[in-house]
Design a protein. Structure first.
Length: 163
C-alpha cells in the first residue's frame, strides 16, 4: 500500500535513503525551505514531479494525515529482519523494544527522537500496535528512514535473542 507523505522532511529522508521507492511528488504551489531541497533532490534522482493544477482523486479515501495539496507517494519502508537488526552494528548503544504502542503520532515521535539520540535499532510488535502509517512517517520527520527497525510477533523471543 502506498503512503501519502506531506512532511517535506519525511519525503527528503526517503529520497536520500530509498529514492527508488518515491513514486511521485506533488509540490506545493509555492515552495520554499525544505520543499526546495526536496524538489532539487527529486530532480537529481529522476523522481517524477507533478505540477499539474488538478489532481486525480484516488478511488479510495486516503488514510489519515494532515490536509493539504503537497505530498509524495512513497512505498512503505520494509524494515529489516531481526538477525540483520542485531548484526547491523557491533558497537554497544541504545536499543528500543516497543509493545502495543497504539497511537501513530506517538510512534512517529519515538522514531524522530530515536534518530536524534542515535538509537541503534527499534523492535516493534505487529499485534495491537499502530501501523507505520502516513501519520507516523510525517510525525517522525525522517526518523523512520534513519533508525533500523523490525516488526515481530513475539517480543519475549526477541528479548531472549537480544540477551
Amino acid at each position: 500500500m502506498p503512503l501519502y507523505l506531506k512532511n517535506p522532511h519525511s519525503i527528503l529522508a526517503t529520497l536520500e535513503t530509498r529514492p527508488q521507492d518515491v513514486f511521485e511528488i506533488w509540490p506545493p504551489a509555492r515552495s520554499g525551505g525544505t520543499w526546495n531541497d526536496v524538489l532539487k533532490a527529486a530532480r537529481e534522482m529522476g523522481v517524477k514531479i507533478n505540477t499539474a493544477s488538478k489532481r486525480p482523486h484516488p478511488k479510495k479515501k486516503r488514510p489519515e494525515g494532515r490536509k493539504g495539496t503537497a505530498e509524495a507517494i512513497v512505498k512503505e519502508h520494509p524494515g529489516t529482519s531481526l538477525e540483520a537488526l542485531f548484526t547491523h552494528t557491533a558497537d554497544s548503544g541504545l536499543w528500543i523494544a516497543l509493545d502495543t504502542v497504539q497511537d501513530p503520532q506517538n510512534l512517529g515521535t519515538i522514531f524522530r527522537t530515536s534518530a536524534f539520540f542515535g538509537v541503534k535499532g527499534i523492535v516493534l510488535t505487529r499485534d495491537r500496535s499502530a501501523p507505520l502509517s502516513n501519520t507516523a512517517y510525517d510525525v517522525a520527520s525522517g526518523g523512520i528512514e534513519h533508525v533500523p527497525f523490525t516488526l515481530q510477533t513475539n517480543l519475549g523471543r526477541v528479548l531472549d535473542i537480544a540477551k
